[in-house]
Each structure stands twice: as C-alpha cells, then as structure tokens.
Design a protein around this ligand. Structure first.
Ligand SMILES: Cc1ncc(COP(=O)(O)O)c(C=O)c1O
Length: 397
C-alpha cells in the first residue's frame, strides 16, 4: 500500500470509529457569538477565550502597533538577533502577573513545556507527574527520559498519598521535580497545590505548575492557581500559555527565579533553535496582561458565569462534574454519544466539542463546556435552552 493510501485507510477508519475530527471554520473573531461557515451565527461554549480578550479593541490595537514598531517578525532565534524590547517588556509583565521573579516566552506553552524537562533533568534526577497532566507535559517528560536518561514516575490523579510514596522512593535523586497542571483541562478540577507544595518541601523537591487554563482564570485577580490558594510566590516554577485567557493568539512562557529563565535562555532547545514570538503577538499579550490587571471585574464575571451555568445545568437534570472552574464537563459515557450530543447542540447553534477515547478514558466521553466572562445572561440562557432540548431528545434528562 502506498504511503498516501495508508494514510487514507487510517482516516477512513477514524470516520468509521466516529473519532474523525471535523474542523468548523469561523469567519469572525473569537467571541461568544461567531459566524460559522455554513451555519450562520453560532454561540461558542467551547473556547479558552476565558476573559473575552481575543476581540478586545485594546488587545487588537496593541498588536497592530507592535507590527508597525517592530515589523513582521524577528527573522532569527533569540540569542542571534531575534529579541525585541517588547519581548523583555512582556516577560517582565508576565513574571509580575504570576508572582515570579522572571519569565521567558516561547512560541507556545507546548514549546515552554517541551523546553523544560529535557533542559533541567539529568541522569541523577527524577520528574514525578500527575496522571492527568496535559499532553505537552507528558511529551516533555518522554523527551527528557530519552535524551537524558532521567528517571520518571507518575502519581495517581491528585492522590497525595501516591505522590508522597513516589517522592519517598526518589529520596536519592538530585533534582526531584513534581509537575502538575494547575487546572486539569479535561476534568476542570484544580491541583491540590497546598498539599503538593508541603510534600515538596518535606522531600526537598521542586514544584512546576502548568497554569495554562488557570492564568487569567483562577484567583480573585486571575493570577492563577497560586492566587486561588493564597500562595502567590510559593510555586517554584510556572508554565502557561498566552493562547487562552491572555488574548488567545499563541505563545507561552516559563516563569520562576531569574537563574531558571537565564538557564533556559542558554540551554533550552526551543529557545536556541526556533524564533521568538512575533511582535504582534507579544504586543497583544502585553496589552492583555495590563487589561486583566485593570479589569479584575472580568475575572469575577467569569467565576459568576461558571457557577451559574453549572448550577443551571444541574437544575435541568444534567450531572456536570463538580468544580470551581469555568471548565464544565458533562459526562455522557460512550464516545459516539458525546459526538452525537455535540452535533445536535451545533444544530441548535451552540458549539461545544465532544471528547472521547483516547483523549479521555474509555466510557468517560463528554462534552466540555467552557465559560467566558464575555458570555451574557442571554448567551447562557440560549445555551441552556439548547441543552434542555438536546438532553430531552437523547433521554439524558
Ligand atoms: C495544560 C496545557 N498546557 C499546555 C497547553 C499548550 O498550550 P499552547 O497552545 O500555548 O501550546 C495547553 C493547551 O491546550 C494546555 O491545556
């Protein structure tokens, strides 16, 4: 079978298995209501645009100004001649926002994570990772293990007894790095940071938190998981994205002590061999950080929307996973059911993605709702009417 024929056969199998991902094309900016090609106006309940900043005039304007001031791009990697002053301004703002001394941006949080483990860990070291961590952390660990022969361990999701067991077993390791998501993207639950940090102190370990879904989201002023627990400044190392609450364009960063970001600048391969953020993105992200700092009411509104939507889903008879975050998963069981629900909701002009195996465990397929501060009460009512109609049709409520 030819190369292309084999790919085609696999793609056909994805379709037969009901796991083929169809892309929906948007013809307007990311917002609570968008123009979806072939469908007209659709409500978005499936985006990481948590604070609605993707389409805020100040964020867009800052991107345009950066384009005028710095041109299209760096034309080079950072250390050769690819760093603009706006990168430094953004990195200072991000560090201050998440409560760290310093930060270093990457073209994505995927890159930030990928650049972390293989750079920090060596043969005498171990990384201990939550079972439900994001794919980018998992791949970073796999890469580190292959390149550096570091040790790895996985603890059961948010199971502190298991984490302690893994830490105790790793006593002899030089660096013990505990890596966790801040908010777990498929469950919408929050890492038990106080316990994780306490265990890390007990066993002389370093804590890394990927706050991609928590930056701009958790805590009274959106500074993330640490602020949520009143622990700003107590996390050793934070990675996060600029592609969700902070303007939603792209980009990521690693924050921590200045020595860490300096070391990553010297040694992390995505820094050494790949261009820096485009100035437009850096400009928009910097404006987004400032916007969140000036508008904490957006974070309050996001929390209210999440609470209200979860409560109302429950009143309709759905069983969303309990939680305090704007990620509200409704578990449906089989993958086909989640995809059917997502399709039927789209017919009602509400866009919510269905997730099935292998993204989530077999039998735990779900539609994952994500709330935004930009959703109005009308938007939420519109979505809930659609959930009621589709839920009744499928015999779920
Ligand atoms: C927890 C987590 N980490 C990292 C990423 C990757 O972020 P980026 O889009 O900036 O590569 C995501 C994106 O989905 C995520 O949810």
């Amino acid at each position: 079978m030819s190369f292309v024929a084999r790919l085609q056969a696999d793609l056909d199998q994805f379709r037969r298995d009901g796991v083929y991902k169809r892309l929906n094309y948007l013809a307007s900016p990311q917002a609570p209501r968008v123009k979806m090609e072939g469908r007209g106006e659709v409500m978005i309940l499936s985006s990481n645009n948590y604070l609605g900043l993707c389409n805020v005039p100040e964020v867009i304007e800052a991107g345009k100004q950066a384009l005028d001031a710095y041109g299209a791009g760096t034309g080079s990697v950072r250390f050769i001649c690819g760093t603009f002053t706006i990168h430094r301004d953004l990195e200072q703002a991000l560090a201050g926002f998440v409560g760290c001394e310093s930060s270093l941006t990457y073209v994505s949080c995927w890159n930030a994570n990928e650049g972390l483990c293989p750079t920090l860990l060596g043969e005498q070291d171990i990384v201990i990772s939550d079972q439900l961590n994001h794919a980018s952390i998992i791949d970073s660990i796999r890469l580190a293990k292959t390149i550096t022969q570091c040790r790895t361990a996985v603890y059961k999701h948010s199971d502190m007894a298991d984490l302690e067991e893994k830490l105790a077993a790793a006593k002899d390791a030089r660096l013990k790095l505990v890596f966790t998501d801040g908010i777990f993207s498929m469950e919408g639950d929050i890492a038990k940071l106080p316990e994780i940090v306490a265990l890390a102190r007990k066993y002389d370990a370093v804590v890394a938190v990927d706050d991609s879904h928590a930056t701009g989201v958790l805590g009274k002023t959106g500074r993330g998981t640490a602020e949520h627990y009143g622990m700003l400044g107590q996390v050793d190392l934070i990675t996060s994205t600029l592609g969700k609450a902070l303007g939603g364009a792209a980009g990521g960063f690693t924050a921590g002590p200045a020595a860490l970001t300096d070391y990553l600048t010297q040694r992390s391969r995505p820094q050494l061999f790949s261009n820096a953020l485009p100035p437009t993105v850096a400009g928009s992200a910097l404006a987004a950080v400032r916007y969140v700092e000036q508008h904490p009411e957006l974070v309050t509104r996001l929390h209210q929307n999440a609470r209200s939507f979860r409560d109302q889903l429950r009143e309709l008879g759905f069983k969303p996973l309990p939680g305090d975050t704007p990620i509200v998963p409704v578990i449906l069981g089989e993958t086909a059911k989640a995809i059917q629900m997502s399709d039927l909701l789209l017919e009602e002009r509400v866009f919510v993605t269905g997730f099935g195996y292998p993204v989530v465990p077999q039998g735990h397929a779900r539609v994952r709702c994500q709330l935004s501060a930009a959703h109005t009460n009308d938007d939420l009512e519109f979505a809930l009417r659609a959930f009621k109609k589709v839920g009744t049709k499928l015999g779920l409520i």
